[in-house]
Design a protein around this ligand. Sequence first.
Ligand SMILES: *[C@@H]1O[C@H](CO)[C@@H](O)[C@H](O)[C@H]1NC(C)=O
Ligand SMILES: *[C@@H]1O[C@H](CO)[C@@H](O)[C@H](O)[C@H]1NC(C)=O
Ligand SMILES: *[C@@H]1O[C@H](CO)[C@@H](O)[C@H](O)[C@H]1NC(C)=O
Ligand SMILES: *[C@@H]1O[C@H](CO)[C@@H](O)[C@H](O)[C@H]1NC(C)=O
Length: 580
Amino acid sequence: MALRLFTLALVFSALLLLPLFHVSASKATSDSDLDEEDLSFLDDGDDASSPPSSSHDLDHSFEDHSDDEYDPDLIGEGGFDEFDHGAYEPPAPIDDKDVVVLTDGNFSDFLESSGNVMVEFYAPWCGHCQALAPEYAAAATELKDSDVVLAKVDATEENELAQKYEIQGFPTVLFFVDGVHRPYQGPRTKDAIVTWIKKKVGPAVYNITTTEEAEKVLTSENKVVLGFLDSLVGPDSVVLAAISRLEDDVNFYQTVNPDVAKLFHIDHEAKRPSLVMLKKEAEKLAYFDGQFTKSAILDFIFANKLPLVTTFTRETAPTIFDNPIKKQLLLFVTSNGSEKVLPTFQEAAKFFKGKLIFIYVEMDNEDVGKPVSDYFGVTDGPKVLAYSGNEDAKKYILEDELTLESIKSFGEGFLEDKLKPFYKSDPLPETNDGDVKIVVGNNFDDIVLDESKDVLLEIYAPWCGHCQALEPIYNKLAKHLRGVDSLVIAKMDGTTNEHPRAKADGFPTLLFFPAGNKSFDPITVDTDRTVVAFYKFIKKHASIPFKLQKPESTTKPSSPSSAEADAAGEVPSKHVKDEL
Ligand SMILES: *[C@@H]1O[C@H](CO)[C@@H](O)[C@H](O)[C@H]1NC(C)=O
Ligand SMILES: *[C@@H]1O[C@H](CO)[C@@H](O)[C@H](O)[C@H]1NC(C)=O
Ligand SMILES: *[C@@H]1O[C@H](CO)[C@@H](O)[C@H](O)[C@H]1NC(C)=O
Ligand SMILES: *[C@@H]1O[C@H](CO)[C@@H](O)[C@H](O)[C@H]1NC(C)=O
């Protein structure tokens, strides 16, 4: 489900865990064409500050990379480590008299004597369990007179059960039908739980024969599909049933009674089969007008079952990520500012039904809104972002004032692939004339993709130990090379900046972008991390040849030889002297 779809987040955090490239302990064997050059002057003191050579020592303990995750299932979801949390406040008591308490002692007997049992494994201190409790209790009450029982097990007390069912996090909800269980992973709301259970144990499609039954369904349910058919049995009914099995959170009904159809806002003279979906939300009705086939109806239901604008929460996340529509438009705004822009956003959503998912992210919601805003690099709202949601997840930002027109044309541009992607970026540096150029998301194209320069880029993280060890070496390299006009030594904080051409396999990642060849992938720099090794690497891969002038102080006073001086071009020797 959601996890699978957010490979991006997963891959990125997984990559962080990988050690970088191997720093081989042996020195690079010399390159024949470089041998002529005496590079000893580059080398002074470097080796002492070389980074450790083990490829196993990780740069960082990765306890805090929640910023890189969009899927709330990954954001601080309560696992057993919540045991450590000392401050536990008992929840306000709720009435869950219809939820059966089970223990190691009576679990098996109870399951044997009752056919269908949903069991919640919880921990008293778990916040998500507390949030689920009232919904779970209400679901139990609603299903009281059916043949389904809702039960709960305190997994911190009932160790045998917790072990037997391999409970890894809380709450874990399992549904047992005749002793066989499967997990419930849907939204943690009463309606979703009840609908899901009915789907698992009841008929896929219910008949509505009288208007009384119709009224009852209309008043009690939030999201229903009604098929208006010629017959309650037969191919159309089979199609409905098949789709219903695939749709866990929508109830399906069928009728042949025109008066029933009318109550569901289908014209009683409408052709049959016809189909309508009703929701108790802002925009209630959706009529299906395609071919009465499984795939066409399934698409229709997917497109229509979300509200116009879905507020991003743990509960709604599965519906968002499981939707076959991957392209999303996200509105980031704090809850106190939403009143002004949300209606406009909602209005715009009407034009994109079935094409884009409209999502509202409450930026000041600490649980999910804030982490999602961080993930997208949005710091101040209101902002509208487009997100392609596929593997190569591109983001686009709407820069104009948020109006119905601007959001509409932004959405259209997005669908037509006409927008310019947005990259997470620090502000442009005020000055950038150091030896090591500062690259951020917004100047990456100008600096790194400049076709007239050979560019070495270090992507680092402020917390990364190897990056810190590399810094003096990198600075020294840049200082030596600052006179070479065709060469840029640059660095980018990979935690606050991004660019599709800068894929970091951990920190630091060193990439070389040869001049005149910027449309190709950069070369990964996998040498020793010494000034000399870097220099040799650059020398070897640079598109524009250069020769570094040796500083006068380390060579014979009569040097530089005329040949060397010519080759070195305009290397101002005074810079080199400064350092030595
Ligand atoms: C199982 O045992 C617990 C603890 O004795 C009790 O509270 C609970 O009601 C029992 N459940 C059933 C279904 O008998
Ligand atoms: C609906 O009606 C048909 C025809 O009478 C019947 O075969 C079917 O079992 C009914 N479905 C339900 C869920 O009652
Ligand atoms: C809304 O709340 C944020 C903090 O959550 C605050 O900084 C901002 O000033 C508030 N805006 C208004 C209009 O009240
Ligand atoms: C450009 O880079 C590609 C891939 O690394 C390489 O095959 C090609 O030879 C390069 N072209 C030039 C002109 O350097």
